[in-house]
Design a protein around this ligand. Structure first.
Ligand SMILES: CC(C)(COP(=O)(O)OP(=O)(O)OC[C@H]1O[C@@H](n2cnc3c(N)ncnc32)[C@H](O)[C@@H]1OP(=O)(O)O)[C@@H](O)C(=O)NCCC(=O)NCCS
Length: 347
């Protein structure tokens, strides 16, 4: 991984939950004659979405030695990672792709919904003065973790995991204090990834804008005048309103790519979300990922792609829910789900 992804530089400190020897993490290695040809990392996590816990697996750092590319080594490492996560009970796998086509060909789909902001540096002057803003200290981590846990959509973490992630290299973490308590935090950049991106934050809109102003000021001191980018879940409407007011550009995007690993469970979850009063049942799930639903009005058979979009359609598009729900005779108001993953969790 270091050879292919970091030109030989260390990678472990960027992903403390993957490389610290947890039983929830593992590596797939395709090797011959003692030489690694292709590899990837995986990490089991709990995805919290609409008050539910979904067992999910993250896949990251997929890397094939340049001398062995184009021979299916990457594809077999990926397939093995998916199987291992399925064996460990993960309903779905998630990854962040550089080349989405590569994964789409292998059954992965774009999933989730996030709001991305581009904030030009001249917006900083319209943000609140950064009173009470300072760099995060390790003794703040308990309070930062409490703030993190207020996000309704997130990956579940222990306080120790949050603390380990906050210590990632090449990341600027600022906190804002009010009345002696930490009222918000923001993380800019992370290792080799997410340069100029505030990928994780917590606190109210006022706290966040105060933090952003200080990020801008510190970057200016380093001679950086480029725009900042900020990622937010669609539920952050106050933040969106304030950022638009100061001149940020907003666009919608997906969280990443995902693939259902356990169609039977995904089918049951989907049936339950179609109708809480148990009017819809998942009556069959096949090896190829297709499932069958029975509802008050009729039966529907769904391909794995349709099942995926019923649960996790990009930007929570409801077109398929309405079409399938119409045939089943239920409105499916709880679908699709809007999972969101904060930046420190990506691997
Ligand atoms: C992305 C990556 C892991 C793919 O590994 P790989 O072992 O070459 O993958 P595969 O052999 O399974 O597939 C490579 C694809 O490129 C095509 N290909 C053909 N010749 C190739 C060559 N000389 N080099 C690379 N790819 C080639 C293959 O036919 C295949 O196409 P397909 O998608 O239509 O099947 C590898 O290119 C890599 O390490 N890239 C740099 C790191 C990276 O971007 N990682 C992703 C981070 S999530």
């Amino acid at each position: 991984m270091e050879r292919v992804l970091r030109a030989g530089a260390p990678i472990a400190a960027e992903y403390p939950l993957v490389f610290a020897g947890s039983r929830h993490a593992a590596f797939v290695i395709d090797e011959a004659d003692g030489e690694a040809r292709s590899t990837c990392a995986l990490l089991e996590r709990e995805l919290l979405v609409r008050g539910r816990k979904l067992h999910a697996g993250l896949i990251g750092s997929v890397a094939t030695d340049p001398r062995w590319r184009g021979q299916g080594h990457g594809a077999s490492v990926l397939a093995e990672a998916e199987q291992e996560l399925a064996r460990r009970g993960a309903l779905l796998a998630i990854l962040w792709a550089d080349d989405t086509d590569y994964y789409e060909k292998r059954g992965w789909r774009r999933f989730g919904w996030e709001i991305d902001f581009e904030i030009p540096s001249d917006c900083a002057a319209s943000m609140p003065e950064p009173f009470g803003v300072r760099e995060r200290r390790p003794e703040d981590d308990g309070q930062l973790h409490e703030l993190y846990e207020r996000h309704p959509e997130r990956i579940a973490r222990s306080a120790e995991e949050t603390s380990a992630l906050l210590s990632c290299p090449d990341m600027e973490v600022l906190v804002v204090e009010r009345w002696g308590r930490v009222a918000g935090y923001s993380c800019l950049g992370r290792g080799a990834d997410m340069r100029n991106v505030v990928h994780e934050w917590a606190g109210d809109a006022q706290a966040l804008l105060t933090l952003l102003r200080e990020h801008f000021a510190r970057r200016r001191d380093r001679g950086v005048e480029e725009s900042l980018f900020l990622i937010a879940p669609p539920s952050a409407v106050d933040v969106a309103e304030r950022l638009e007011k100061v001149g940020a550009q907003m666009s919608e995007g997906v969280v990443g790519m995902a693939k259902i690993l356990r169609p039977q469970e995904a089918g049951s979850l989907c049936a339950e979300l179609f109708d809480r009063r148990a009017g819809v049942h998942c009556t069959a799930a096949h090896e190829d990922g297709t499932v069958e639903f029975t509802g008050p009005k009729g039966k529907v058979s769904c391909t794995r792609e349709v099942l995926f979009d019923l649960l996790f359609a990009p930007l929570a598009d409801r077109a398929l829910v309405e079409q399938v729900g119409g045939k089943l005779g239920v409105p499916g108001i709880e679908l699709p789900l809007t999972p969101f993953v904060w930046g420190l969790d990506s691997i």
